[in-house]
Every structure is written in C-alpha cells, then in structure tokens.
Design a protein around this ligand. Structure first.
Ligand code: HEM
Length: 125
C-alpha cells in the first residue's frame, strides 16, 4: 500500500509545502518572534524530516528531540494552537488530501506535551 508520503507526491510536493509552512511561521505576527535567532534553513530541514518520517517516507528525523528543542522557549497553549492553525491553512493551500491532513494534524496535536506544559486553550487573561 502506498504511504501517505507517496500519495502526497513525495519530496517534490512536501519540500515546497514545508518551506512555505516555515516561512508562514517565521513571518507570523503571533509566534514569529520565537524564531528571531533561529535558522530558517535548519528549521526547514528538520521540519521536513520530521513530517516525512511521520508520512511514511524512508527518512529518519535527525534533529534534536522535540522536548529538548523547545525547552528554552516558554510556549503557551495559544501559541501552540496558532502553529496548528498555520499548519492547517498550509495543508489546505497546498491541496493536501483531507485524510492525510487530518492524520497529520492529529499527529501534531499528540505531540503537544513535548512542546508546552501549558494547558489547552486559545486565550489567557
Ligand atoms: C507539534 C508541534 C511542533 C513540531 C512538530 C515542531 C518541530 C520542530 C523542529 C523539527 C524543530 C528543529 C529542531 C532542531 O533544531 O534540532 C523545531 C525548533 C523550534 N521550534 Fe518547534 N515544533 C512544534 C511546535 C512549536 C511551537 C508551537 C513553537 C512556538 C510557538 C515552536 C518554536 C520553535 C523554535 C523557536 C525552534 C528553534 C529552537 C532553537 O533553535 O533553539 N515550535 N521545532
């Protein structure tokens, strides 16, 4: 059976999608500031590997463990939700099939505890 990676169109499709996603995140008014001193090229490379591995490509994620990579940043629940929203918009803009988009978003949602200790929620008062 074809993997989600193959059904999506492989690297030719995933690479520009991730590049676009990372650009949207870096340029975002709500969460872009987190990336002020981060390398766009590094994040593109490792977000690509992370997504490709999840989608079933024969690629191994070679970046830092997510918990470690995010430990220095006090990321709030609403900021996690913002990245989810940008991902959702990017998947839609690139015409990712609905079942793959849903599985991808669910996988990211499940990683929440590795990224933030903040409880779920959009708003803080
Ligand atoms: C499921 C959600 C997420 C995934 C899969 C993810 C994935 C990644 C990956 C693969 C890296 C590169 C690791 C490395 O450099 O070795 C990274 C770094 C980073 N992420 Fe995330 N991330 C997520 C959520 C977030 C959120 C919500 C924020 C902030 C709003 C964020 C901010 C950052 C920052 C600032 C870095 C660079 C850290 C540094 O270079 O010190 N991430 N992330």
């Amino acid at each position: 059976m074809a993997s989600m990676f193959e059904r999506l169109g492989g690297e030719a499709k995933l690479r520009p999608l991730i590049d676009d996603f990372v650009d949207r995140v870096f340029d975002d008014v709500m969460i872009g500031f987190f990336f002020r001193s981060a390398s766009r090229e590094r994040i593109k490379r490792f977000e690509y590997e992370h997504a490709a591995q999840f989608l079933g490509a024969e690629i191994e994620y070679g970046g830092r463990p997510l918990r470690q990579a995010h430990a220095r940043q006090p990321i709030m629940g609403g900021q996690f939700a913002r990245r989810m929203r940008i991902l959702e918009q990017t998947l839609s803009a690139h015409g990712v099939p609905e079942d793959i988009a849903q599985a991808w978003l669910a996988h990211n949602r499940d990683l929440r505890e590795e990224i933030t200790a903040d409880p779920e929620g959009e708003c803080h008062d």
